[in-house]
Design a protein around this ligand. Structure first.
Ligand SMILES: Nc1ncnc2c1ncn2[C@@H]1O[C@H](COP(=O)(O)OP(=O)(O)OP(=O)(O)O)[C@@H](O)[C@H]1O
Ligand SMILES: [Mg+2]
Length: 259
C-alpha cells in the first residue's frame, strides 16, 4: 500500500527545546496507525506538523509523495488530511448540527461562496448539508442532540461530535488526537467500534494519538512510539508493548510518572 502521509527527518524546535527530532514514519492507505508516547513526547507536535498548524524546523511532510511542509492547514485539509484536537474545538455559540454544516461549508471553499450568490442554490446547499450532518450524527447516535448548543453536551458527547464533524468532510486520512480522553468505558467501546468503521465502512485511513492502551491495542495495525521527541519503536501493537525500550519510556526509573 502506498503511503498517504510521510514524515521525513521531521524536526521541531521550540525556542531551543527539541520537541521532535528527525522523525521518520509513514501511514499507508487503509492502515490504522497508533502514535503513542509519554506526556510531552511530541505526539501533538507531530499532528500539528502534519496538518500545517506548525511549520517544521527541518525535515519534510509528504502527502501522496509531494512536499507539503509548512503548507497552510486549509490547503492540507483540501487534500483530505483532517484532524481532531486534543482540546475540543467546537463553536460554542453554534448547535451541534451547525458545527458540522460549517465544516462542510469550509471544505467546499470558493464553490460555496459562488453558490451563495444565488439564494436558491444556497438554500439547496444548506438543506443538503444539514441532511448530511444529521446522517453523520445518527451514525454516532448523536442525532437527538442535533439542535443543542455544542457546549451543552458532556465532554464525551462533544468528542463524538468532533468525530462526526471530521468524518462528514470525507477525509482520506483522519488524525485523531486523544479521542478517548474524558470518555466513560462505554463510550470508549463505542469509540473503538467507530474507529474500525471509519476504516472498514468509510475507507478512511487513521492516525490515532492515544494514551488509552485498550483503544490502541484493539484497533491499530501498527504503532509508532515516541519518547522525548524520538521514535523508539514502530511495529505491531503486541510486539511494541513488550519492547523493553517502550516499557522503560513509560515506567523508566528516576523519571516523572507518566499518566
Ligand atoms: N507551541 C509550543 N511552544 C513551546 N513548546 C511547545 C509547544 N507545543 C509543544 N511544546 C512542547 O513540546 C514538547 C512536546 O509537546 P506535545 O504537545 O507534542 O506532547 P504530547 O506528546 O502531545 O503530550 P501529551 O500526551 O501531554 O498531549 C513538550 O515539552 C511541550 O511542552
Ligand atoms: Mg498531545
Amino acid at each position: 500500500m502506498a503511503p498517504i502521509i510521510q514524515a521525513e527527518a521531521l524536526t521541531k524546535h521550540f525556542e531551543g527545546m527539541v520537541a521532535l527530532n528527525a522523525l521518520d514514519f509513514s501511514v499507508n492507505e487503509g492502515e490504522i496507525v497508533g502514535l503513542i508516547g509519554p506526556n510531552g513526547s511530541g505526539k501533538s507536535t507531530v499532528v500539528n506538523l502534519l496538518t500545517g498548524v506548525l511549520a517544521p524546523t527541518s525535515g519534510r511532510v509528504l502527502i501522496d509523495g509531494k512536499d507539503f511542509s509548512g503548507t497552510a492547514p486549509h490547503l492540507i485539509a483540501m487534500h483530505g488530511v483532517v484532524r481532531t484536537f486534543q482540546m475540543i474545538r467546537l463553536f460554542a455559540s453554534l448547535t451541534v448540527e451547525q458545527n458540522i454544516v460549517l465544516a462542510l461549508q469550509e471544505q467546499s471553499g470558493p464553490g460555496y461562496v459562488s453558490s451563495f450568490l444565488n439564494r436558491r442554490n444556497a438554500r439547496a446547499w444548506r438543506e443538503q448539508a444539514t441532511s448530511q450532518a444529521r446522517d453523520m450524527l445518527a451514525l454516532f447516535e448523536m442525532e437527538k442532540h442535533a439542535t443543542k448548543l455544542a457546549t451543552d453536551l458532556s465532554i464525551g458527547q462533544q468528542r463524538m461530535v468532533e468525530l462526526a464533524r471530521g468524518l462528514a468532510t470525507s477525509p482520506r486520512i483522519f488524525i485523531l488526537d486523544e479521542p478517548a480522553a474524558g470518555l466513560s468505558p462505554i463510550n470508549v467501546d463505542r469509540l473503538i467500534e467507530m474507529i474500525r468503521r471509519m476504516r472498514d465502512d468509510f475507507r478512511v485511513t487513521v492516525l490515532l494519538v492515544e494514551h488509552v492502551m485498550r483503544v490502541v491495542q484493539s484497533v491499530c495495525d501498527r504503532v509508532v512510539v515516541l519518547d522525548y521527541g524520538q521514535k523508539i519503536a514502530d511495529g505491531m501493537p503486541d510486539h511494541v508493548v513488550r519492547d523493553p525500550k517502550v516499557i522503560e519510556a513509560y515506567i523508566g526509573l528516576g523519571r516523572a510518572s507518566h499518566a
